[in-house]
Design a protein around this ligand. Structure first.
Ligand code: BGC
Length: 257
């Protein structure tokens, strides 16, 4: 098998998405990825069944790269901030392989998104320290030195403003006008919090670049005016597909190189 195409799957709090990815161009090979709502409760068995449906939909038999929104060390889930506690201590690679009969590489969701941005997006060719942050239900982070990942950094769980950072500045705190929501933070108030958080991270890590990912990154033009760090801050380029693409790239490196 050449490994030119690898399946990427992105497990999130609300949806599980997947598509085959062409590795040399870091592009999905299909126009439409498949998305299935995340089962509630999101137990290992329920999630594994959804993954199997996605693989069957694409008649995929080869290796699979898969993100998970928690700490993942050598395929084993070690935390569960926004998923069922039943995951803690579970070898996700083994569970998915057993259920689906395919070979799996599982990694943290923000690490996967960062790999995609470093390989083919906003951080391509950037040397030095790159910090990717994904703003969604929580805050995910990925740190790179000269393109090499330091996995599972969990900057969303740094103590900040008397709590953990993701409770202060995750994008889920922003009101969603498209849903007619009137609760939650106005985007400028949220952006001011993100700015404080970026200054804090800058003081600790002195990065060369911050990449802002997660669904809200498509509104970057609306909130970038509130960010005044000395470090350059750019929006992610692969947007919603970064997890799928990064998972496939990571699996390709593990299984084919
Ligand atoms: C989790 C991280 C994850 C992030 C984004 C956090 O709550 O601890 O592992 O990357 O959410 O999903």
């Amino acid at each position: 098998m050449s490994g030119d195409v690898v399946m990427g799957i992105d497990i999130g709090g609300s949806g599980i998405k997947g598509a085959p990815v062409h590795i040399p161009t870091a592009n999905m090979t299909v126009a439409k990825r498949m998305r299935i709502p995340t089962p509630q409760p999101s137990t290992p068995e329920a999630v594994a069944e959804v993954i199997e449906q996605i693989l069957d939909h694409f008649s995929w038999e080869g290796p699979v790269g898969c993100t998970f929104p928690a700490i993942v060390r050598r395929g084993v889930v070690l935390s569960a901030a926004n998923v069922s506690d039943a995951w803690i201590g579970i070898d996700a690679e083994a569970v998915f392989a057993r259920t689906t009969g395919r070979e799996f590489h599982v990694l943290n969701d923000a690490d996967a998104a960062g790999i995609a941005e470093v390989d083919a997006g906003a951080a391509r060719g950037v040397n030095g320290v790159v910090v990717m942050l994904t703003f969604g239900t929580g805050i995910g982070s990925a740190v790179f030195l000269d393109g090499a990942l330091v996995p599972n950094t969990e900057f969303g769980h740094l103590e900040f403003k008397g709590d953990i950072a993701e409770r202060y500045a995750a994008a889920r705190l922003v009101e969603d006008k498209s849903l007619g929501e009137e609760e939650g933070l106005e985007i400028d108030v949220w952006a001011a919090r993100v700015n404080e958080y970026l200054h804090y991270l800058d003081r600790i890590f002195s990065p060369d670049l911050f990449v802002i990912g997660g669904g809200i990154s498509k509104e970057f033009d609306q909130f970038s005016q509130y960010i005044d760090t000395q470090v350059r801050v750019v929006p992610a380029e692969l947007r919603n597909n970064a997890g799928i693409v990064g998972a496939a790239l990571a699996a390709q490196r593990r299984f084919f190189q």
